[in-house]
Design a protein around this ligand. Structure first.
Ligand code: ZN
Length: 161
């Protein structure tokens, strides 16, 4: 657990991961510290995690974007990750139901919201939102993911495996 900003609760990040993020140049700002409504952005060029409020879920999501920025540059890493998201979308183990449901929507979209799935018009997989979306979907708890995809999160988040 680390305190990444005085206005945020402690987050389930590994100390070493937070040290790396700081070394990489990541800064965190919180616009409305007394609200937890949510919202935020990761500005990759500025290496800035800009949070609208002090909501933990948004902080986890945007910090996951910051973490994934370098890792996804390795094609094999992001390709394997997205393949594991596809596998997760078909997971039948009830322990991983929440993560499976998220992955299913990433794969197939959601007719109720009009969301078309994590793909650009040209078919490019939006792996960065898959990664950050699952990170906040599990609230930084890798044990909420099956083993074949868990390893993508165990360096970033606290995990005793
Ligand atoms: Zn995002």
């Amino acid at each position: 657990m680390v305190k990444v900003h005085p206005d945020l609760p402690k987050l389930p990040l590994r100390e070493r991961a937070w040290q790396w993020l700081q070394w990489y140049g990541v800064r965190v700002t919180v616009k409305s510290p007394h609200s937890t409504r949510g919202g935020g952005l990761w500005w990759n060029e500025k290496k800035l995690v800009e949070l609208e409020t002090a909501q933990e879920e948004a902080a986890i999501h945007e910090l996951a974007h910051a973490w994934w920025e370098e890792r996804r540059k390795e094609v094999a890493v992001r390709t394997t990750f997205s393949q594991m998201v596809t596998r997760l979308s078909q997971e039948t183990d009830p322990r991983y139901r929440r993560a499976q449901e998220l992955a299913y929507v990433y794969e197939h979209g959601d007719p109720n919201t009009g969301f078309k799935g994590m793909f650009l018009e040209d078919g490019t997989i939006i792996d960065w939102e898959q990664y950050a979306g699952l990170a906040s979907g599990i609230m930084g708890h890798p044990e909420r993911l099956p083993e074949y995809i868990r390893g993508f999160y165990t360096e970033l988040f606290d995990y005793e495996g």
